[in-house]
Design a protein around this ligand. Structure first.
Ligand code: ADP
Ligand code: MG
Length: 633
């Protein structure tokens, strides 16, 4: 059964996690370093190997052109969409991008699409889970922000596929957080989910009716979070250092990074303690120390956390609710550990928020609950349906460049709607269908999702054809559009391929590429193994030189061994495992008689009544090559 296990994944902007259901409770699976959070950072090391998570973080400073973080901001988006992100984030895009093309990000000499970069993070989580279970993991539930549009959801699914995961369901993050708290068991109520993470703020209002969740409003700020607090503290510290110590650190990337780490540590400690001291050695032997009280800190961050108030009020307004109508408040995101944020939320919604679960784990835990429901593993929740809403209206362009909405924003999904259209010109055989997303009246102000043609309508006077356009959003929030001319019975059905999504061929290509990577991974591993085997045999040879057996060898034999040893040392660091292996084999051959002699003397010693261990030859060759077959282990 272990191989059928479905995991829940929070693919975050700052941090990602994987969780699963252990008996009645969801638990987060830690990585090899023991940490539950895998920073969503991907880097390319000196050997062009992909590095993910904590280990990748140092590349952000040392070789920023070979590292990427916050890739979630680019998922499912086009060149046009990300202009603002590019002003705020040091993304290095490929230079030759055409409008409408899928974005590609540079990492060293290579380029990757956002789903490919996310797939590296997902693959790390998959590996962590596989190590934990000791069995393959191939199925997952992945969470996405409630406001993610069709293309962003599609891109997330693509990332899963590229990573070798079948994505059984995409779940909205606030819905997952509510599930983690088991709020579904309450049957009815209104839930506010306040999510302040590293770089984004989201507020979602959910309605729970007969155990069914519905997202009734969402709002937020895509550039607000813990990073803003870090930047503020960093600026203050840098100014301090310039003012008091007359050192301008700003040009020293490494020193700035060390200082950033110190202020983040201080911020995190201030969630527990009432005073902390930032203390750090500076280049040139100087020392910077500054005490910050929690009161200090709260004053400093007030303007930042106040920016969450407007979106919360707007979400309540959109939902048509007053604060006192909120029954439950759920905190999500690492930054809601800050006590001042908690009081702000309590004041806003006039209710104590749920704080029992770790706010940076709660989304992954909920994803695991959802995974468990899908695997039929939970009786209690078996009949439970999870409903979400579509964040933006969807429609098509009609005569005069006007938007005609077919599914309105905040509609519960899965959703479907049908509208009828006709032709404008006599004998018109083809109709262009332009699928739009957004609230604006004119097509040019909305986001273009897809275009396709309904072809082969039999000649009829204008206004006669009856064209039925059907929109269907599935449970994952993914849109399909079909069109059909009813009068003639002519049927033409076309599925939407979102403009900024990836085609099936592209995804297939990426899956194949990932095999190429697997090959590269495998090659690297073989090199590493060959090198370590070389070390073993060289160490064994050292031992052999000191053993009595060495004296029995002829001059020619010892000379030959020395030559082979030199040859192995010369190729040991080569990038070709075959070359290393050849040298190892040659040395093995050349030392065969030495191994035999050592073995004989060990046996002789043993026969004299000593144990093998006392004979001090036991630990010699241990690797599985001829010299090791002495089996002294
Ligand atoms: P995301 O959802 O954006 O991937 P997380 O929910 O993991 O991110 O939140 C990460 C943010 O939470 C970071 O800015 C981190 O510094 C902040 N954070 C984590 N723990 C604490 C704490 N104890 N006090 C204050 N901020 C914290
Ligand atoms: Mg998050």
């Amino acid at each position: 059964m272990a191989s059928d296990r479905i995991v829940g994944i929070d693919l975050g902007t700052t941090n990602s996690l994987v969780a699963f259901m252990q008996g009645e409770n969801p638990v987060v699976i830690p990585g090899e370093d023991g940490s539950n959070l895998v920073p969503s950072v991907v880097a390319l090391d000196e050997r062009d190997q992909i590095i993910v998570g904590n280990a990748a973080r140092k590349y952000l400073i040392e070789t920023p052109e070979r590292a990427i973080y916050s890739v979630k901001r680019l998922m499912g988006r086009g060149v046009e969409d990300v202009r603002d992100e590019l002003k705020l984030f040091p993304f290095h895009l490929a230079d030759d991008l055409q409008a409408g093309e899928v974005l590609r990000i540079r990492l060293g000499e290579k380029t990757f699409t956002p789903p490919e970069v996310s797939a590296f993070v997902l693959r790390q989580l998959k590996r962590n889970a596989e190590r934990y279970f000791g069995a393959p993991v191939t199925k997952a539930v992945i969470t996405v922000p409630a406001y993610f549009n069709d293309a962003q959801r599609q891109a997330t699914k693509d990332a899963g596929r590229i990573a070798g995961l079948e994505v059984l369901r995409l779940v909205n993050e606030p819905t997952a957080a509510s599930l983690a708290y088991g709020l579904d068991k309450k049957q009815n109520g209104i839930i506010a989910v306040y999510d302040l993470g590293g770089g984004t703020f989201d507020i979602s209002i959910l309605k729970l009716q007969d155990g069914i969740f519905e997202v009734i409003a969402t709002n937020g700020d895509t550039h607000l979070g813990g990073d803003d607090i870090d930047n503020l503290l960093l600026t203050i510290a840098l100014d301090d250092i310039l003012g008091d110590l007359k050192i301008d650190l700003r040009r020293n990337a490494e020193a700035v990074q060390a200082l950033r780490k110190a202020v983040i540590d201080a911020k995190i400690q201030l969630s527990q303690h009432t005073t902390v001291t930032i203390s750090i050695e500076l280049p040139g032997g100087k020392h910077y120390a500054r005490e910050i009280t929690r009161e200090n800190f709260e004053g400093l961050i007030q303007p930042i956390i106040d920016r969450t108030v407007g979106p919360c009020r707007q979400a309540l307004k959109d939902a048509g609710l007053k604060p006192e109508q909120i029954d439950e408040v759920v905190l999500v995101g690492g930054s809601t550990r800050i006590p001042k944020v908690r009081t702000l939320v309590e004041e806003l919604f006039q209710r104590k928020p749920h704080v029992d679960l770790n706010p940076d784990e709660v989304v992954a835990l909920g994803a695991a609950v959802q995974a468990n429901i899908l695997s039929g593993g939970s009786e209690a929740t078996e009949n439970m349906l999870l409903l979400d809403v579509t964040p933006l209206s969807l429609g098509i362009e009609v005569a005069g460049g006007v938007t005609d909405k077919i599914i309105l924003r905040n509609s519960t999904i899965p959703a479907s709607a049908t509208q009828h259209y006709t032709t404008q010109i006599d004998g018109q055989a083809n109709v262009a269908i332009h699928v739009l997303q957004g609230e604006r009246e004119l097509a040019k102000d909305c986001r273009s999702l897809a275009r396709f043609d309904l072809k082969g309508i039999p000649p009829m006077p204008a206004g006669m054809p009856r064209i039925e356009v059907k929109f269907l959003i599935d449970a994952n929030g993914i849109l399909q559009v079909s069109a059909r001319e009813q009068r003639s019975g002519t049927e033409a059905q076309i599925e939407v391929q979102p403009s900024y999504g990836l085609t099936d061929e592209q995804v297939e290509g990426m899956i194949l590429d990932s095999f190429d990577y697997a090959e590269e991974d495998f090659r690297q591993r073989q090199i590493i193994e060959a090198r370590s085997e070389a070390d073993t045999i060289l160490a064994a040879l050292e031992k052999g030189r000191k053993s009595p057996a060495w004296g029995v060898l002829t001059r020619d034999e010892t000379k030959n061994i020395a030559r082979l040893e030199k040859a192995l040392l010369a190729v040991k660091n080569a990038d070709d495992h075959k070359v290393i292996r050849e040298a190892i084999d040659a040395l093995n051959q050349g030392t065969m008689r030495l191994a035999e002699l050592m073995m004989d003397s060990a046996v002789a010693t043993a026969l004299k009544g000593k144990t093998m261990e006392d004979a001090d030859v036991g630990e010699g060759p241990t690797a599985p090559h001829p010299m090791a077959k002495a089996e002294f282990e």
